[in-house]
Write a protein that binds this ligand. Structure first.
Ligand code: GLA
Length: 371
């Protein structure tokens, strides 16, 4: 078992005085490219990171304990705006789908940074869904579990996110990114061996906290829907560059990002298949510029990191996730990550920004039942 899984198991024993029946865990994610495309029926290319939420669980009882928050909440009932809304939302979503989940007890431990845009919420949902599926022998497949987790997030927690994060957490494979067609919900692993090419993925958490609910996320979603209506298409997935001339102002800018970003995801997949990391990097820079200028979800911290990365010769860099804060990523030569992190720390300090935190990730495994 991974350390974080041991930690959940140990917490279960301490809290509940018995052994758990099983331990499951699910990762956070970064998105290589394809931002805000998921709820437009488009393409995304996330990969799982080596930080996870683990849950140790057994049938019976009805308490949820978190080692991170050191608190216990009931497994079912009303939303109370705590961390427990995520697992409780999953229990609720199973019920809505007519799946019988009995009473259970669970202890959680996680090391996915919270509020950083690395999808700790999808990780707790995915770990819970996989654990309950195994515990109660429901036999749902990963895609169904991901859709169920999204339902929990949209309808119980009340955040209008797309499907990317839950898909990434449940379906990613070690050493690969995951191409998801967010309309058909088909997903395909695309090998991503950066290390083999002497490259590393550096993640810069700008520590500008973003809660999806209180950002412009819903605004952007609404603008995309308006643009689709103006164009007479179901979703912006169905629009092409040739249609953009029929839009203006905000609708034009938002739609231009989505249309060009969808194309970039498919080009990025081609680049990965031919191990053309230069091309991947090039697409990442274009993606960032599009999010900065057209979708307007970047911040001065995210822009600063991307500029520093480019100046330092990184192959590519961009903000990742919803934007409005959170993390940026850079594809950098293995030996160069330390210098870039140092540079960024200095520049951020000089400009009076929060001190950033850095992670180096290799594409990790998706959700698993450890035992
Ligand atoms: C958040 C949402 C995802 C996706 C991204 C932006 O992570 O949860 O569904 O929309 O933002 O790409």
């Amino acid at each position: 078992m991974r350390e974080i899984e041991e930690k959940a198991a140990q917490a279960y024993r301490t809290e509940f005085g018995e052994d758990p029946e099983l331990v499951a865990s699910a990762p956070g994610r970064i998105n290589l490219i394809g931002e805000h495309t998921d709820y437009n029926g488009g393409f995304v290319l996330p990969c799982a990171v080596g930080r996870r939420v683990a849950v140790a669980a057994a049938a019976g009882g009805g308490e949820l304990y978190s080692t991170n928050f050191e608190e216990t909440h009931p497994m079912s009932g009303e939303k109370d705006s705590s961390w427990a809304d995520y697992p409780r939302g999953v229990v609720w979503a199973f019920g809505e789908e007519g799946r019988k989940v009995g009473n259970f007890r669970a202890a959680y431990a996680g090391d996915v940074p919270r509020g950083a845009g690395l999808s700790s919420s999808a990780a707790i949902e995915a770990a819970t869904a996989l654990a309950l599926d195994a515990l109660f022998g429901l036999g749902l497949d990963r895609k169904d579990l991901a859709v169920l987790c999204q339902k929990a997030e949209n309808e119980f927690v009340g955040v209008q996110s797309g499907i990317m994060d839950q898909y990434a957490s449940l379906l990613c494979e070690e050493g690969s990114a995951l191409l998801v067609d967010c309309r058909s919900l088909e997903a395909e692993s695309v090998p991503l061996d950066l290390t083999g090419s002497g490259l590393a993925l550096l993640v810069c958490d700008t520590r500008v906290e973003r809660g999806l609910a209180d950002t412009g996320y819903n605004d952007r979603r609404a603008a995309c829907e308006r643009a689709a209506r103006t164009l007479g298409v179901e979703q912006l997935r169905d629009a092409g560059v040739e249609d953009l001339g029929r839009l203006s102002g905000e609708e034009l800018r938002r739609a231009r990002h989505i249309v060009t970003e969808n194309a970039r995801v498919l080009e990025a997949v081609e680049a990965l298949r031919t191990e053309d990391f230069r091309e991947l990097g090039h697409l990442m820079y274009q993606s960032h510029a599009s999010m900065r200028d057209d979708f307007e979800i970047s911040t001065r911290e995210l822009d600063a990191f991307v500029e520093l990365a480019e100046a330092a010769g990184a192959l590519g860099a961009r903000l990742t996730g919803a934007g409005f804060g959170g993390c940026a990523i850079a594809v950098v030569r293995t030996g160069d990550t330390g210098a870039l992190a140092r540079d960024a720390r200095e520049t951020f300090a000089g400009r009076g920004f929060e001190e950033p935190v850095f992670y180096e990730f290799v594409p990790a495994a998706g959700a698993e039942v450890a035992r």
